[in-house]
Design a protein around this ligand. Structure first.
Ligand code: AMP
Length: 249
């Protein structure tokens, strides 16, 4: 079984995100970029399925500017076999990514696509669900455990207040939750080997997809600054402050 894993290049999760001064988005110039953490979990899960003999080939796909090739290289160093870069300078929204992925699925015929449950930059949490709808495939979203058995798969999903187990027919779409696995670090030999693995470069036009944005971002703003707290000496002082200063009791 072939597995496709989309990997998005996002602002590194350790970086404090800053809003651009004109409020049109977040600053990415000169900022450290990395693979979306949920996509690292996706690659790790695909590699584990290959190690178990369930998967035969793992294809990492990234969409966006030319530098997304670095994100694919990271996936190749973690164990993916080859990459596809869908190169564009356009602002790609989830529907466009889902349509591009559908075109790649039609071409590659994978048995499974493993996406992140959300990209940590825009928190859309929409692409996997849209792709499942476009393909008419089953979806196991927010997966915390995945077991493939022949042409079926069992997915344990993290839902509010508990876990839900669903059974899906393959081919299917999975989106990863945080507890699915702990991604491995790429070893130096594997980083070297990854340099020789192939990356195909295609453009949205080659896949016949119009990626024109459907949503307009009106403004992006930083959250309001929190005021520093104060320490009180006693419960009586706390009650007095709540009554006279905060006026909440
Ligand atoms: P989102 O719906 O934007 O929160 O993204 C969910 C998932 O879709 C991500 O974790 C990726 O697996 C995939 N994805 C979204 N945008 C891209 C992109 N530009 N390139 C590759 N994968 C993407």
């Amino acid at each position: 079984m072939k597995i496709l894993v989309p990997v998005k290049r996002v602002v590194d999760y350790n970086v404090k995100v800053r809003v651009k001064s004109d409020g049109t988005g977040v600053e990415t110039a000169g900022v450290k970029m990395s693979m979306n953490p949920f996509d690292e979990i996706g690659i790790e899960e695909a590699v584990r399925l290959k190690e178990k003999g369930v998967a035969t080939e793992i294809v990492a796909v990234s969409m966006g500017v030319a530098a997304c090739a670095e994100t694919i290289r990271t996936a190749l160093a973690m164990g993916a076999d080859r990459g596809i870069l869908v190169e564009t300078d356009a602002d790609l929204q989830p529907l466009a990514v889902a349509k591009l992925m559908k075109a790649l699925v039609d071409k590659e015929q994978p048995g499974l696509v493993i996406l992140g449950k959300q990209a940590i930059d825009d928190d859309m949490s929409a692409t996997g669900q849209m792709l499942a709808a476009l393909l008419g495939w089953a979806q196991g979203t927010f997966a915390s455990k995945v077991t493939v058995d022949g042409d079926k798969m069992e997915v344990i999903r993290e839902v509010d207040g508990g876990l839900e187990t669903v059974s899906l027919n393959l081919p299917a779409i999975i989106t990863t939750d945080l507890r699915l696995n702990e991604p491995r670090y790429a070893s130096l030999p594997n980083i070297m080997k990854a340099r020789k693995k192939p990356i195909d470069n295609v453009k949205p036009e080659d896949l016949g997809v119009d990626v024109t944005p459907r949503l307009t971002v009106v403004s992006v703003a930083e959250p309001p600054k929190r005021q520093a707290g104060v320490k009180v000496g006693s419960v009586a002082e706390l009650v007095a402050k709540l009554r006279t200063e905060a006026k909440v009791i």
